[in-house]
Design a binder for this molecule. Structure first.
Ligand code: HSE
Length: 436
């Protein structure tokens, strides 16, 4: 059989990793898919990189790869929405199979791109777009296909998890750790995408589309990043038996679908709390299988290359067998759940962590308790630290029961009006991640 001819666009962290693994494991990969994988052209818009490209032709014109008749599969690793969108559309129009690691592209333009791929009868594969090396797309599309998914939740931004882990374990400063995450190749070219939760939102909408058979609703995700997490909240959460993790959550309830990314307290003994550094972990609960957990490196050169190459192998096997792609990503009609509305954050139900800076005087605690109980919110745990000499206010930390967000926001507004309370209330959500 003739080799499968690959055109590689982008030679950043993931591009170089992909080239390295394709070379190192060439013989084994050929055996696994029944033909050789040959990189026939490489393109990058910036100056010719340091990487040793051997005899492989290089171009600055990535569109030349989409037009090259000798390319069977275009691998898009340039990142960002434009010109990646145009590149992928051109490749599809020219009948090429496409593999991408680009979550911003799939989350923002996936509906258009999948429609184009379907119309042209080619595959657009994107395993590497979510959770790096963890085969979570395959797990949802294939391994869990028998299940009605109740919810999925997880750590899907390695940079944020790395920063929170280092802050907690080593007391390091946010800004320092972010620089290290950039050096290690975990962070996006624009790291605000990581720390403001946008990268996690991109990944969450892709997972939710697969889990619930719904459209890609990036516009409907409630997005919070980790920038407002203070070291004292990491400590207080620890005192109460919790860790703060940045989570993406897609949950179906009887009113609709919650789509949210934000930091949350998770029990210290939960599996997700043990996931440190740039690791990712995704929990998926299906009606037949129950709870499942997928964990592994969520960022970095070779873990992401592992997912890119898995997609190339799938394409090679499919082309060997001929015929249309029976497992087209997102190429299904909207499922029953997919027609449900996406809920506003006010309608989300979680437990809550509140840190209130209150005057140390009689009656303050009972005022807080009254405000909460008037809205049906119950206090599950409370810590008050002793006053520090010279300071009027003391921190009061409360954990509530599971409550509709709307009620908690109203209670916070009322608490902030109290004369005995100083400054805004710090509010974080708490997730047990164990209910069915
Ligand atoms: N910047 C991403 C992360 C890379 O930190 O998770 C993997 O998508």
């Amino acid at each position: 059989m003739l080799p499968l001819r690959i055109g590689l666009c982008g030679l950043g962290t993931v591009g170089r990793g992909t080239l390295e693994v394709l070379r190192r494991n060439a013989g084994m990969l050929a055996q696994r898919c029944g033909r050789e994988l040959e990189v026939v052209q490489i393109g990058a818009r910036s100056a010719r990189p340091e990487a040793d490209l051997g005899a492989i032709p290089f171009t600055h014109d990535i569109f030349a790869i989409a037009a090259n008749p000798a390319v069977d599969v275009l691998v898009e690793l340039i990142g960002g929405v434009e010109p990646a969108r145009e590149l992928v559309l051109t490749a599809i129009a020219n009948g090429k199979q496409v593999v991408t690691a680009n979550k911003a592209l799939i989350a923002g333009c996936g509906d258009e791109l999948f429609a184009a791929a379907r119309a042209r009868g080619v595959t657009l594969a994107y395993e590497a777009a979510v959770a790096g090396g963890i085969p979570i797309i395959k797990a949802l599309r294939e391994g869990l296909a028998a299940n009605r998914i109740r919810w999925l939740a997880g750590i899907i931004n390695g940079t944020s998890n790395f920063i929170l882990s280092e802050m907690r374990d080593k007391g390091r400063e946010f800004a320092d750790v972010l620089v290290e995450a950039q050096l290690l190749g975990y962070a996006e070219a624009d790291p605000t995408l990581d720390v403001e939760g946008i990268d996690a939102a991109h990944k969450l909408v892709i997972l939710a589309a697969l889990a619930f058979g719904m459209p890609l609703r990036l516009d409907a995700v409630h997005i919070e990043g980790i920038t407002r997490i203070q070291p004292e909240d990491v400590r207080y959460a620890g005192d109460l038996g919790y860790r703060i993790k940045h989570l993406g959550i897609a949950r179906r309830n009887d009113r609709g679908i919650e789509l949210r990314v934000h930091p949350a307290l998770v029990p210290e003994r939960s599996l997700v709390a043990q996931v440190h550094g740039a690791l990712n972990a995704v929990m998926v609960r299906g009606d037949a299988v129950g709870g499942t957990l997928y964990c592994g490196p969520g960022a970095g050169a070779e873990p992401t290359a592992s997912a890119v190459i898995a997609d190339i192998l799938d394409i090679a096997r499919r082309l060997n067998g001929g015929g249309r792609d029976a497992m087209h990503p997102l190429g299904f009609d909207l499922a029953e759940d997919g027609a449900l509305p996406v809920l506003a954050i006010d309608d989300a139900e979680t437990a809550h962590y509140l840190r209130v800076s209150a005057l140390d005087r009689p009656g303050v605690l009972s005022q807080l308790a009254q405000i909460l109980s008037a809205r049906g919110i119950s206090i599950e745990a409370i810590i008050q630290k002793e006053p520090v000499p010279g300071q009027d206010h003391v921190p009061l930390i409360l954990l509530t029961n599971r409550t509709r967000e709307r009620e908690v926001r109203a209670a916070i507004a009322a608490i902030e009006q109290l004369e005995s309370v100083a400054g805004p209330v710090v509010h974080l959500r708490k997730e047990a991640l164990d209910e069915v």
